[in-house]
Design a protein around this ligand. Structure first.
Ligand SMILES: [Zn+2]
Length: 376
């Protein structure tokens, strides 16, 4: 019998949930953080290094991969897992969000979107059917519905119209996906920051039926308070027995706040992108390695961190290689940031399972409030 993607919830603590998504390519422990492998690579990291940080799943970007090197080419070369040497599960986005944020000369119709590539200006076409086809060509384990995310600020009427278009596209995505054992299709809730529209969207998605449900249209500049406001009610509108994925989030305290409100999965470029710009996340908050205070400091970024950057290198060295624009700087800082994110996820899973999530959350905030260690 063909195996299906399943989701088992092991524990609940308040609204926070711990569980696992079982796929043919392995288990995704939840709450899960997905590093972003935009162009078939998590920048500055070997796939085995990403796995060593504790990541169970990667996110791939349909928009980037369809433009370069092309979905048909990746399929002919054995699919995205083989192409990029990552054997664990991959989730791909639908391309909708990035078309809106990156592409030029977009034209939106009921059928889909036509746009020009930000790389070479070539003309392309993305519809729900084509997005699903591309994600299948890539071989994604978890496929996302093609949706539209309105640019903010937008009127309620514009948000409603866009959400209803996304729901019609969700139905077409479901039909295009068909029945694919071992692969999951997630719907995406839209509706901006309006409870009524979020409810209407959730209702439409539940009627179609998906293997998991994402919350889209957040982390687009509305601010943490507004986002948490939506997360007070939006996850409860989605089926309890399916994974809930908050797209594009976020900073460490966003992630912790989202898990506290019932989110199971998240993705963000922040830990990897910050690794390349010298921004470092630790238990004590954020530090900037280019700051001169680090240039004579023999101590690690975080003495409690077990990553290679912290085990083997001083702040002084990391400061030096960043200032010298050495490639190892991006490698080490990205590794540390991804390791820290996965450390938070592991600690949250343990705390939820032990029924101690509230205590863990207070300790997390207390440590951050202390700030970085005093300069020498
Ligand atoms: Zn570290």
């Amino acid at each position: 019998m063909a195996s299906h993607v399943t989701f088992d919830l092991h524990a609940r603590d308040g609204k926070a949930r711990a569980g696992a998504i079982q796929t043919t390519r392995g288990r995704i422990r939840t709450p899960a953080f997905m590093p972003v492998g935009t162009a078939a690579t998590v920048k500055a990291m070997l796939p085995e290094s990403v796995a060593a940080t504790g990541a169970d799943v990667l996110l791939g970007n349909t928009y980037h991969l369809m433009l370069r090197p092309g979905a048909e080419r990746i399929a002919a070369l054995g699919g995205l897992h083989r192409f990029m040497n990552w054997e664990k599960p991959i989730l791909t986005d639908s391309g909708g969000f990035q078309v809106m944020s990156l592409a030029g000369l977009r034209k939106l119709t009921e059928r889909g979107v036509t746009f020009r590539s930000h790389i070479d200006g070539s003309k392309h076409d993305l519809t729900p059917e084509r997005s699903i086809e591309i994600q299948q060509l890539l071989g994604a384990d978890i496929v996302m519905c093609f949706d539209e995310c309105p640019a903010l600020p937008a009127t309620d009427a514009a948000v409603a119209e866009s959400m209803r278009l996304s729901m019609r596209w969700a139905k077409r995505s479901r039909e295009a996906f068909g029945d694919r054992p071992g692969h999951a299709l997630f719907g995406i809730q839209q509706g901006g920051v309006t409870e009524e529209l979020r409810g209407e969207s959730a209702e439409a998605l539940r009627e179609i039926g998906f293997d998991g449900y994402a919350i889209g249209g957040l982390a687009v500049g509305e601010g943490q308070e507004a986002m948490f406001g939506v997360l007070e009610y939006a996850p409860d509108m989605l089926p309890r027995n399916k994974p809930r994925y908050l797209m594009g989030v976020g900073k460490p305290d966003d992630i912790v706040g989202a898990v506290a409100r019932g989110i199971d999965m998240m993705d963000c470029v922040l830990p990897s992108r910050s690794g390349r710009t010298g921004q470092v996340f630790t238990r004590h908050g954020v530090l900037n390695i280019k700051n001169a205070r680090h240039q004579d400091d023999p101590r690690p970024l975080d003495e409690a961190c077990g990553c290679p950057a912290c085990r083997n290198y001083s702040r002084a060295y990391l400061h030096h290689v960043f200032r010298s624009q050495e490639i190892i700087s991006s490698m080490l800082l990205t590794w540390h940031n991804l390791h820290y994110y996965q450390q938070i996820m592991a600690e949250m899973r343990d705390a939820i399972t032990a029924g101690q999530f509230a205590d863990w959350q207070s300790a997390f905030h207390r440590q951050r409030e202390q700030g970085d260690i005093e300069p020498l």
